[in-house]
Design a protein around this ligand. Structure first.
Ligand code: ATP
Length: 232
């Protein structure tokens, strides 16, 4: 079954700037699907259309068989999104923040303990998230993203700004979450990260999907001069 189906989605912002042009994308259930592209390519905008934060100008998106436009609330209960370097509330502990998010989703408090354990945060549960290192902060955001047991988790540049060890730890966590049954769409600038994690990778440039396939199939394209060099 397909977890997400995007058909002919276009989106423009003010000034006529086209962020997405007739995008088609299918994410198979159980996959870690990569979306690789440079700054401004349209990755975040595409995720926003898939989670229902942005309505496309044209085209349609289905998540778990539900049309996002007409079943927004149901879709938002089935998905979650994690952005790199999201802001956090000051002077609030990891557990307190997760309890707050659990309330938002009507999730039981036992889920807070589960996600704290799952992401390795249990020992740090009573520490302020604002004081975490960037690697632990990113784990916290992933914990937040798991609070509603999403069927599909959208990870927008989950390792951006992390040192190599923290990035590798986040990648391991992503793999484990996927093995436990969560479908993942991951955006990245790094081919090596996509190659390491993703069964299928879509290349996006200037709002268009320009190629899609396995890492082996895409390697030569991505290593062309002018493409961003992986830094991990
Ligand atoms: P990055 O890797 O830098 O996060 P991206 O691939 O996620 O980039 P988007 O953030 O989706 O790219 O942006 C795609 C294009 O749409 C860019 O030209 C951006 O300036 C524009 N854009 C995105 N959101 C808005 C907005 N709310 N208003 C106006 N333009 C926007």
């Amino acid at each position: 079954m397909d977890a997400v189906v995007v058909r002919q989605v276009s989106k423009s912002f003010g000034g006529g700037r086209r962020a997405l042009s007739r995008v088609d994308l299918t994410i198979r259930e159980g996959a870690i699907h990569g979306l690789l592209g440079p700054n401004g390519a349209g990755k975040t905008t595409l995720i926003a259309t898939m989670v229902g934060l942005t309505a496309p100008d044209e085209g349609r998106v289905e998540v778990c068989g539900l049309d996002v436009g007409s079943h927004l609330h149901r879709v938002q209960m089935l998905v979650n999104m994690v952005r790199g370097f999201s802001g956090v509330l000051e002077k609030v502990t990891a557990r307190e923040l997760l309890v707050y998010y659990a309330h938002l989703y009507d999730a039981p408090l036992s889920r807070v303990e589960e996600v704290l354990c799952r992401t390795g945060l249990w020992e740090r549960r009573d520490q302020q998230v604002a004081l975490f290192s960037s690697g632990w902060r990113q784990r916290f955001f992933i914990a937040k993203g798991l609070i509603n047991r999403p069927r599909v988790l959208f990870l927008d540049e989950p390792t951006v700004g992390l040192d190599v060890d923290a990035a590798l730890a986040v990648r391991d966590l992503v793999r484990e979450i996927n093995r436990e049954g969560c479908t993942i769409l991951l955006t990245t600038h790094y081919m090596r990260e996509a190659e390491d994690l993703c069964s299928t990778i879509a290349l996006i440039a200037e709002g268009r999907i320009v190629a899609e396939g396995s890492a082996a199939e895409l390697k030569d394209l991505v290593r062309d001069p002018g493409q961003p060099e992986p830094t991990l």
